[in-house]
Design a protein around this ligand. Structure first.
Ligand code: EPU
Length: 286
């Protein structure tokens, strides 16, 4: 398999990692953690902008590890679900829809797996991973298991702070029983809105920037970028999406340089026009 990251990321950009680890079970994962020490974890590759050169760290991909997703316990109308980090967000959502569980509808159409969702506290205006999570099980660099209950987890806006070297292995998420048809309708509505508003058919890595604080509240970075007149701005084969300006799309063959240059241009223009500093949400791998 070609291990260049452009073959493992939804933006289709990125060079070779120093080393690629694909553990197949917990034993191999523990061995890898001890060996690799500092590494990048690759989940669904949907929120990553990697440089085209050789990367400075090894990459660890959990897709070959056993997958687990099932009900953990039920307490009246509250249902706890246990899942490994390599379950996809859409896999979890399908599970919830089949079992009639509400709370995860915001996941509709969000790419990637649960590991990335936890690590980034992925979400929308309708919810985020912090609001669903009861417990996380992590492995540290000595490959020891640690359990964090929700009170011990420092989730923030699009961020989860863990100790250095900790890897998210699995977690427990909390849902409520609800009418299955209502859940289906809500998911359908979210998907329709997303298809209308976001460049879902073009290579992208989700929103590039976090929504900045403007006058004490979060403002859509996409709206600011559009207001700065940057929709459709293009460098090489990288373009600011005409559908949603917080997305950069790869029209085919874009280099990481094209994308970094476009990001810098957008940041400068938004700073100049609105005195707002945009901060990258996308994870940059060098
Ligand atoms: N808007 C514009 N122009 C644009 C984009 C948006 O005028 O180019 C306006 C919209 O018309 C709307 C408002 O801005 O009135 C908000 O737009 P939207 O609902 O798309 O929300 P957002 O704040 O721009 C957030 C998340 C998205 C998520 C959407 C949908 C962040 C940084 N972005 O975007 O998440 O899909 O809500 O709920 O939190 C991601 O995390 O990768 C991501 C794309």
């Amino acid at each position: 398999m070609d291990e260049a990251l452009k073959n493992h990321t939804t933006l289709r950009v990125g060079g070779m990692p120093r080393q690629f680890f694909y553990p197949h079970n917990v034993f191999e994962l523990q061995k890898t953690l001890k060996e690799a020490r500092d590494y990048y974890v690759l989940g669904g590759g949907s929120n990553i902008l990697a440089e085209d050169t050789y990367l400075s760290k090894p990459v660890l991909k959990l897709s070959s590890m056993p997958i687990y997703l099932d009900i953990y316990k039920e307490e009246q109308d509250v249902v706890y679900v246990k899942a490994t980090a390599n379950v996809t967000k859409q896999g979890l959502l399908q599970f919830c829809m089949k079992k009639g569980l509400t709370g995860g509808e915001f996941l509709a159409g969000i790419p990637g797996n649960l590991g990335g969702g936890w690590a980034m506290n992925a979400g929308t205006q309708l919810g985020d991973f912090a609001s669903l999570t009861e417990e996380l099980i992590v492995l540290n660099s000595q490959a020891e298991t640690k359990v964090y209950s929700k009170e011990d987890l420092s989730f923030d806006y699009r961020k989860l702070t863990l100790k250095e070297g900790e890897l998210i292995y699995s977690g427990i998420l909390k849902f409520k029983k609800a009418n299955q048809e209502d859940i289906h309708n809500k998911v359908k509505e979210i998907i329709q809105r997303r298809n209308a508003m976001q460049p879902v058919t073009q290579a992208n890595c989700g929103c590039i920037f976090k929504n900045p604080f403007v006058d004490g509240k979060r403002e859509s970075a996409g709206k600011l970028i559009e207001m700065a007149g940057l929709k459709k701005m293009q460098i090489g084969a990288a373009r600011v999406s005409e559908k949603h300006a917080n997305f950069i799309v790869n029209l085919g063959g874009a280099t990481s340089r094209n994308i970094f240059d476009l990001i810098s241009h957008v940041k400068e223009a938004v700073k100049k026009q609105f005195s707002v500093t945009l901060e990258e949400e996308v994870q940059i791998w060098t």
